[in-house]
Design a protein around this ligand. Structure first.
Ligand SMILES: [Zn+2]
Ligand SMILES: [Zn+2]
Length: 430
């Protein structure tokens, strides 16, 4: 009798064997909805900043253990890794959820609103899940329960990566991200493919978005110091003016995107965000400091933009008789969805979301440290709708703001698509 489903399964583009688990996933995910919402609200009300997610981590670890999943705690400071070995041999599929909140004071009137406060960079602030990582944790806890319930049917191993500090740790002398550190601690060594999702406050519930190849930008910090020679403001000829030189450099940098980057392949951004120099009307200062951000969509483009920034800044300074020191700090690489894996999993996304609910995402100039996992093994990062049905995205508060709000109606779809990734991938790669 089982053979009868073969043509249908082949039509959907997925190998036989595991798609038959989809109805069971659907049933289990729906049954878990209220539990996932409850977990999410509890985490939302108790947000923790990067590398301080101890309460969240304990909740996750206790839950995974209760499901019989092997648990490792304290990975990359506060991360939790769960390993669920299926009943049959096969590949290892990693699923990732980030756990950290942000130094934002919640303004949304919810019964489970965060009232947590802390001191951050010397300032009093609230703490809020203003990027929706609370939903990622709750959804992945739900996925763990769904998959643990079909353990004997799984053709491979599922690795749950609950990651701290996606938003980064910016302390004196330390700049790091949870994903980077998890990779350094070896979590990706035995993994064949990695999947992650991000909830979107401006994408309607019921929708899933993704794109193949570069999807989110890589981000780097830029610092340029222009050294001139101090002079009286009334006799500029007696010095070298770093302010005029800096103005030329800022303008020169604009030509990188317009004249050097192949914008038909992918856009890039160079933004100077601050300029500091001088103290009063009639003193030409000795130096000017500029800081900014660079966004690129791949290693080659990133190398070109970095090279041109350095050339433009140093040569413009040289032409003025000044000197420019350029310092670029690489932060996250671009989030690049492996094209082969993306193509392979397209039918799983369509099957989970349904016709008309799959969005071809535009490029996003924001960044995600999921990229560190993707640099190790093929990975796919998708977006999940979290805006109430019929909402207007242009009037809906964006991520990282005090009014950020997530509609909980998309959690079941999140569980289903992540679970489909696991069983469908295993079915194809066993
Ligand atoms: Zn964020
Ligand atoms: Zn985020």
């Amino acid at each position: 009798m089982k053979r009868l489903i073969l043509p249908l399964v082949l039509l959907s583009g997925v190998a036989v064997g595991q798609t038959k688990l989809r109805p069971e996933i659907d049933k289990k995910a729906s049954a878990l909805e209220s539990k996932v919402i409850e977990w999410r609200r509890d985490i939302h009300q108790n947000p923790e900043l990067g590398n301080a997610e101890t309460r969240t981590a304990k909740k996750i670890a206790d839950h995974l253990r209760s499901l019989g999943i092997e648990v490792q705690e304290g990975v990359a400071v506060t991360g939790v890794v769960g390993v669920l070995k299926g009943g049959k041999p096969g590949p290892t599929v990693a699923l990732r959820a980030d756990m950290d909140a942000l130094p934002v004071t919640e303004r949304v009137d919810l019964p489970f609103k965060s009232t947590v406060t802390t001191t951050y960079n010397g300032q009093e602030t609230g703490v809020m899940h203003a990027c929706g990582h609370d939903t990622h944790v709750a959804i992945l806890m739900g996925v763990a329960e769904v998959l643990a319930g079909m353990q004997k049917d799984l053709q491979g191993t599922v690795k749950f990566l609950f990651q701290p500090a996606e938003e980064g740790i910016y302390q004196e002398g330390v700049t790091t991200w949870g994903a980077k550190q998890m990779v350094e601690e070896g979590v990706m060594k035995d993994v064949d493919a990695v999947f992650g999702l991000h909830i979107g406050s401006q994408m309607e519930v019921g929708k899933v978005g993704y794109r193949s190849g570069p999807a989110m930008a890589g981000v780097d910090n830029l610092e340029i110091t222009v050294h001139g020679t101090q002079a009286h403001g009334a006799s500029p000829w007696s010095g070298t003016d770093p302010i005029v030189t800096s103005a030329q450099i800022v303008n020169g940098l604009q030509t990188i995107i317009s004249r050097n980057v192949n914008i038909t392949a992918a856009p890039a951004i160079v933004t100077v965000g601050a300029i500091h120099g001088g103290i009063r009307h009639n003193i030409i200062p000795e130096k000017v400091e500029m800081i900014g951000t660079i966004r690129t969509f791949g290693d080659e483009q990133q190398a070109l933009v970095h090279k041109r920034i350095t050339e433009i800044a140093t040569h413009i300074a040289e032409s003025a008789g000044a000197k420019a020191d350029v310092n670029i700090e690489k932060l996250y690489p671009a989030t690049v969805n492996d094209p082969a894996l993306t193509e392979l999993m397209g039918p799983s996304i369509l099957a989970a979301a349904g016709e008309g609910n799959v969005i071809n995402n535009p490029l996003i100039t924001g960044a995600e440290d999921f990229s560190f996992f993707q640099r190790e093994k093929p990975g796919l990062f998708i977006s999940l709708g979290g805006m109430k049905k019929g909402g207007d995205p242009t009037k809906t508060p964006s991520h990282h703001t005090p009014d950020f709000y997530i509609d909980e109606g998309g959690f079941v779809l999140g569980m289903r698509v992540m679970s489909y990734f696991v069983v469908d991938y295993m079915g194809m790669k066993k």
